[in-house]
Design a protein around this ligand. Structure first.
Ligand code: SIN
Length: 286
């Protein structure tokens, strides 16, 4: 599908792209009410086409948030931080006014150090700072397409080893682990994935490495891997591959971790930001 910046009227929803590369706001749907299968099919089609979709002014409580998530996939628990007592699949992504670090504050795709990383993540905004606290996403189909055919061919023969223990990202979890860490929050997870994965629903190829978790290429040392990884980490987040979303209370985002990365911007020290998050079971990247 070719993306344009014109709103597209589906049967029940209106889809308005927010940037050239990815991201669209969906209007015309109240997620707190029962959604029929036709509306869910339109939401899924828009999500697959735009990689990340946003719904504003949603009144979902946690039960409703989980119910909507279950219409998209299977919610799973996050390995490091406990979910809520009532809904263990929902974790609170909070930054308090005195904290300096924001959870996940680096470009990444979620938990790629697992053998089956989540296909999707959903975030609903409960409290937002007066300014700042936006999140950015980057299109990894376009990142792959932007490379020369020769380099694409090289990458198609490589696998990347992802680790949960890289310092730049693990330090962003520390405040939340202090509050609500799982008993084995010190465990290190590692997984090997193809550097270029084929999306199981769209059939498109996407670059599947990220600076937060990918430590090296399989069969190579970190020193050997670093020059090419550093080049790719820069290429995959070029401004023209990104979109940026301004949150309001009640905004809900649904993104596809199989073909998009995200980066929450840490520019609101002294203010509180509270989001609730659900991740959805993924398959083994291939
Ligand atoms: C995350 O990485 O899941 C957090 C995203 C955000 O806080 O915007």
């Amino acid at each position: 599908m070719t993306l344009t910046n014109e709103p597209t009227q589906y049967r029940t929803i209106t889809v308005s792209p927010i940037a050239g590369a990815l991201g669209a706001e969906i209007a015309g749907v109240d997620l707190a009410h029962d959604l029929d299968d036709a509306t869910m099919a339109e939401i899924r089609a828009a999500w697959l086409a735009h990689l990340v979709v946003f719904f504003r002014d949603q009144t979902l409580d946690d039960a409703g948030f989980l119910a909507f998530a279950k219409r998209i996939g299977t919610p799973v628990e996050y390995p490091f931080v406990r979910g809520s007592a009532e809904y263990p699949e929902i974790i609170s992504i909070t930054k308090l006014p005195h904290e300096r670090s924001n959870f996940g504050g680096i470009w990444h795709s979620d938990t790629t150090y697992l053998d089956q990383p989540p296909m999707a993540t959903m975030l609903i905004a409960r409290e937002v700072p007066p300014t700042g606290g936006d999140t950015m996403w980057a299109n990894q189909y376009a990142a792959f397409d932007s490379l020369s055919p020769k380099l694409q061919g090289v990458l198609e023969g490589l696998r990347g080893v992802a680790s949960s223990a890289l310092a730049d990202v693990s330090k962003t979890r520390e405040d939340r682990i202090r509050d609500a860490g799982e008993p084995d929050a010190g465990r290190v997870y590692e997984a090997s994935h193809p550097v270029v994965r084929t999306h199981p629903e769209t059939g498109r190829r996407a670059l599947y490495i990220n600076i937060a978790h990918t430590a090296r290429f399989e069969g190579m040392t970190e020193d050997e891997s670093r020059p090419l990884l550093q080049y790719l980490f820069q290429q995959q987040i070029k401004p023209e591959l990104t979109c940026r979303f301004r949150w309001e209370v009640g905004s809900l985002a649904l993104w596809d971790n199989r073909c998009a990365q995200h980066n929450p911007i840490n520019d609101y020290h002294g203010h509180k930001r509270v989001m609730n998050r659900i991740t959805l079971q993924g398959d083994t990247p291939a």
